[in-house]
Design a protein around this ligand. Structure first.
Ligand code: SF4
Length: 367
């Protein structure tokens, strides 16, 4: 049986060319992918692979590693070989590491136009090496390292400056018949970032990597990223995302995946529809919602579960949910698709919801 009502979709995706980052398609009609960046020393192969494994388990599809030194460049081959997900090498200053990353089997290389004027005379060589290996290049423009020439022209990192920087760098590669490119134009201000990506989306068909750079600690960064990505993705702009948080990278993946789920761009996993509580609540909704979330975490079937603080609005408010509870008088009314199926004491709510969730899974033929 179809448990979940169909989710309305956001605007059609902007038509972008598709590139392959290792096994992950980016752009075109490929699902929007989520990526993060390791915080370990890349030269510490074991620690980096351990963090990549954790990221992959939490739903990261592409991982980027910094490559600021020769020791890091030397570690790339072992990391790229053993990583369960495609590895992108992040190169800021040294063209020689671009070649090292391509030779090491990295799935892509990120370069920063603001930092790589030295690359100008090497672009042809890079383009040939990347093309030969089937390795795409991300042109990663960052407000904090905008090319001095553009900074002078525009006065600061305006959307126009970010876009001009990116397209200028693309043109250098295009001169060498290289178009296996994706672009990012990151800024720490979501308003500037949104405008930059809108302008860029209108001016080229390269796939776009969305990011708000230096978004801040977890709370602020989550909101900035959700606002910016939501505005762009809801208009069909964006092919892969990276949430930047001053927090462990696994948190970035959780936020990124949640943003895609919230926009209906990815199948929703467990979704708790809990009420905010009010003066009518007859249960501690916050604690109950947390217990239900913990009890159903990792459940193999996507579920929308309503946790309502009272029976006045409970079943009615949660009709769209797969199952739920409305509490009152020390009891919980358990309902499936808005119909009350049983009433249990408060301390049995979580286990009863799990039982009902298992029945739903069984009905769907999933064990
Ligand atoms: Fe208030 Fe009940 Fe609505 Fe929760 S479900 S917000 S307790 S009226």
């Amino acid at each position: 049986p179809k448990i979940r009502p169909a989710t309305p979709t956001v605007s059609p995706r902007r038509k972008s060319r598709q590139i392959m980052v290792g096994s992950v398609p980016v752009g075109g009609d490929a699902p929007v992918s989520v990526q993060s960046m390791t915080t370990t020393l890349t030269s510490d192969v074991n620690a980096t692979l351990q963090q990549i494994a954790e990221l992959a388990t939490s739903g990261c599809q592409i991982v980027r590693v910094a490559c600021p030194s020769q020791d890091d460049a030397d570690a790339l081959a072992a990391i790229a070989k053993k990583s369960p997900i495609p590895v992108i090498a992040d190169i800021h200053f040294q063209p020689k590491y671009v070649f090292a990353a391509i030779d090491a089997g990295c799935a892509a290389v990120r370069v920063n136009p603001g930092n790589i004027r030295k690359f100008d005379d090497k672009v042809g060589e890079i383009a040939r090496a990347a093309k030969g290996a089937g390795v795409p290049i991300r042109i990663g423009v960052n407000a904090g390292s905008l090319d001095a020439r553009l900074l002078e022209k525009y006065g600061k990192a305006t959307p126009e400056a970010l876009v001009e920087s990116a397209l200028w760098e693309c043109s250098l590669f295009e001169e060498h018949d290289f178009q296996d490119i994706k672009i990012s134009v990151k800024h720490n201000d979501p308003v500037v970032m949104i405008e930059a990506y809108r302008q860029l989306a209108a001016k080229c068909d390269y796939p776009l990597h969305l990011g708000v750079t230096e978004a801040g600690p977890a709370f602020q960064g989550t909101i900035k990223s959700a606002v910016a990505f939501g505005a762009l993705l809801s208009q069909g702009i964006g092919d892969t995302i990276r949430v930047s948080l001053s927090a462990p990278p696994v948190e970035e993946i959780k936020v990124g995946n949640q943003i895609l789920e919230s926009l209906g761009l990815r199948e929703r996993g467990l979704e708790i529809v809990s009420c905010p509580s009010c003066g009518r609540a007859q249960v501690d909704v916050y604690t109950l919602a947390e217990r239900v979330t913990a009890g159903l975490q990792g459940f193999p079937v996507p579920l929308r579960v309503a946790v309502m603080g009272c029976v006045v609005n409970g079943p009615g408010e949660a009709r769209e949910a797969d199952l739920g509870v409305a509490s009152g008088n020390g009891k919980g009314q358990i309902f499936v698709k808005g119909q009350v199926v049983k009433t249990v004491p408060e301390d049995q709510i979580v286990e009863t919801l799990i039982e009902e969730a298992l029945k739903i899974a069984e009905a769907m033929g999933i064990e």
